[in-house]
Design a protein around this ligand. Sequence first.
Ligand SMILES: Nc1nc2c(ncn2[C@@H]2O[C@H](COP(=O)(O)OP(=O)(O)OP(=O)(O)O)[C@@H](O)[C@H]2O)c(=O)[nH]1
Ligand SMILES: [Mg+2]
Length: 371
Amino acid sequence: MVNITEKIKEIETEMARTQKNKATEYHLGLLKGKLARLRAQLLEPAPGAGGGGGQGFDVSKSGDARIALVGFPSVGKSTFLSKITKTKSEIAAYSFTTLTAIPGVLEYGGAEIQILDLPGIIEGAAEGKGRGRQVISAAKTSDMILMVLDATKKAEQRRLLEAELEAVGIRLNREPPNIYLKPKKAGGMKITFQSPPKNIDEKMVFNILRDYKILNCDVLVRDENATVDDFIDTIMAPHRKYIKCLYAYNKVDAISLQHLRELAREPHTVVMSCELDLGIQDVVERCWQTLQLMRIYTKRQGVDPDFSEALIVRTGSTIEDVCDQIHRTLKETFKYAMVWGASAKHVPQRVGLGHVVADEDVVSIISSYRA
Ligand SMILES: Nc1nc2c(ncn2[C@@H]2O[C@H](COP(=O)(O)OP(=O)(O)OP(=O)(O)O)[C@@H](O)[C@H]2O)c(=O)[nH]1
Ligand SMILES: [Mg+2]
């Protein structure tokens, strides 16, 4: 069997050796395309192929969302899990304490969020070193990644981890590229740019598609800033996962106030000390915001609302979405709703199906249904 890892190394070496200039741009683009294909092959071998590396850990999803704790060994992932859930995951001063995925449940005002404590990732995880590949597969199934970092370590730890996740097709805090690609049965390639592209051209797109043996297709590049990488991501769309990420720097008890302030200013970043119990609740709140979910409490007429159980809807949802969440035919008999909370202009406010609700609103649906 040909060794994919070796092939990947070969291409990476060639890319490093190839000077970046106008003349080699096409060649580099092709190499990037090949690399993306090999990496996907490495992670997701064909069904039935032996030694499959694509599987994550055997933990079933539960609750309203899943957050994966990803980080290098000994940064405090298990300590954090123990702080925010009732689950105790083994904690120790040596690396690789956690050897499998440990799920915990974070209860957040009637919502249940599954927190997955994972073994520490080491460099080269994407190539299958250590348990990295499994960890990464588990991260890929999550709604959000909480990247736990050690504030006392060098800044490059974050870049290294990002590169590992990037290599397996995880895209952090980004949107899918604005490129339309539709393979066809015949008719050749039709490549259209909505506005003059800055980083790619028709020949480059053509070459990469041909290398992927996509000879008949429609392409529409809507973003003038699209790069070769964006284009490859579009071709590899089934292997790409766009996930929100929050960076949590732990152990800030061991760094200077100055350094702490610098870290806290970075985008998508929070700081905490599990040891001193500092900032933990902030991290939980930022996780909740990052998930872009809302808790809606329902209330029957004349009865107090039940705050122990929430309906979970996406941020920006309307009363109509809330109805759909309760029962798929509720809309049909809907008369109006009463809303208490941040979205109400006065309390309570009488609203229709189009009203946009806010986190922690209390909603009472009045329907014309009679039993
Ligand atoms: N100074 C300091 N130490 C901490 C803090 N949080 C955790 N630690 C210590 O860091 C060490 C590693 O913690 P763990 O929670 O086991 O780390 P982990 O990320 O789960 O490690 P692996 O399971 O090996 O990947 C332990 O000795 C903890 O007591 C903190 O906020 N400050
Ligand atoms: Mg651990």
